[in-house]
Design a protein around this ligand. Structure first.
Ligand SMILES: O=P(O)(O)OC[C@H]1O[C@H](O[C@H]2O[C@H](CO)[C@@H](O)[C@H](O)[C@H]2O)[C@H](O)[C@@H](O)[C@@H]1O
Length: 336
């Protein structure tokens, strides 16, 4: 009995790695194609967008404990020194800020339904959803919250789900302000369909909401035309890059709702949509990274590239009007 099982395990592993390798041909590793990507980015402005769970932090059993490593926090902080950087998460905005804990990045929570954007002529999206507020650090920011009118209903759905799912062991509800996550990672297989029915029956009374499935989670949110892709465009616009043809948005994410951001970049016709996955999957992303460890490495490389290209540029500019003799050196140094 043991032998055939072993053989089939090996066959399975082989076929997984064969299909992953052929998937990689379509979605090459952003680490392997880094030089090529950066050759496209030369002289352009990269704006960095990052998902949180499964991208900056590993997927873990307890959503409250999805901390990022110190190395990752340092890498994101460095990235934010050189590039405009935003985190777009399904979590509540405050919660994701609590995990990342950096004041130099912009945050969008609730799958993009809650954006704290810089105070700069916001001309994208409906102004009635925008409020000027002073954040914890005393900076004026614009809160863009297009789903505000749904807050009372979200509260009711949360209460109804808490009541209804109480009988199912392992369910965990997470209030993400404009969305609700129903985690079923710890629900027994035999209880899954009952839970799914419960979720659908509660939502049956709230037709203006939709539910999608993420990683061991039902994600409930208002059924409106606003997603992570819209949030990416909104942030680009408020950061002042809306009409610039020199901007390359770079988005790294691992889950279904990140596909909306990949799609937005594909629609712009420029930029780097990068999916985090160690298995083949349908995606609009053009590049891939295997896991948060590779994301960390990619971010470190991005910073190094930026530092080097900045010093190269500085060298050129310095040479430009001043030291004629040294100008000859430029091509040699660049070739190195
Ligand atoms: O857009 P994201 O930042 O990726 O958020 C999507 C959901 O992420 C979290 O859940 C997922 O990660 C948990 C921690 O690793 C894991 O336990 C859970 O099974 C995953 O689904 C978050 O808790 C959800 O609220 C977000 O919707």
């Amino acid at each position: 009995m043991g032998v055939p099982q072993n053989i089939s395990a090996t066959e399975d592993e082989n076929s997984v790695s064969v299909s992953y390798n052929s998937w990689l041909l379509k979605h090459p590793s952003a680490l392997y194609t880094f030089e090529h990507m950066m050759s496209i980015a030369k002289g352009k402005k990269i704006v960095v967008f990052l998902d949180y769970d499964g991208t900056l932090s590993n997927i873990v059993d307890n959503p409250e404990k999805a901390f990022m490593t110190n190395e990752m926090q340092k890498a994101v902080s460095e990235v934010a020194r050189y590039f405009s950087t935003a985190i777009i998460s399904g979590r509540g905005r405050d919660k994701v800020y609590g995990f990342v804990n950096l004041d130099t990045v912009y945050y969008a929570g609730s799958h993009g339904l809650d954006i704290a954007a810089p105070l700069q002529s916001p001309n994208y999206g409906d102004p009635k959803h925008q409020t000027r507020v002073v954040d914890g650090k005393g900076n004026e920011v614009v809160l863009f919250q297009p789903a505000k009118k749904y807050l009372p209903a979200i509260q009711k759905i949360f209460s109804a789900l808490s009541e209804k799912t109480r009988s199912i062991r392992g369910v965990m509800l997470e209030h993400n302000k404009f969305c609700i996550s129903v985690h079923f990672r710890h629900v027994r297989d035999e209880d899954f369909f009952t839970l799914e029915k419960m979720v659908n029956s509660v939502l049956g009374e709230y037709k203006e909401f939709r539910v999608s499935k993420g990683k061991m989670v039902f994600e409930i949110r208002p059924d409106m035309e606003w997603d992570k892709g819209h949030a990416l465009n909104y942030l680009l616009d408020t950061l002042g890059y809306g009409s610039s043809s020199d901007v390359l948005p770079l988005y790294i994410g691992d889950d279904r709702t990140d596909e909306d951001a990949f799609k937005a970049i594909r629609n712009r016709g420029k930029g780097f949509p990068i999916v985090v996955s160690s298995t083949p999957k349908d995606t609009m992303a053009l590049h891939s990274l295997c896991n948060p460890l590779e994301v960390n490495e990619f971010l470190i490389r991005l910073v190094k590239w930026r530092k080097n290209s900045a010093s190269g540029k500085y060298f050129c500019q310095n040479l430009e009007g001043k030291i004629r003799k040294e100008r000859q050196i430029v091509p040699v140094n660049f070739a190195k």
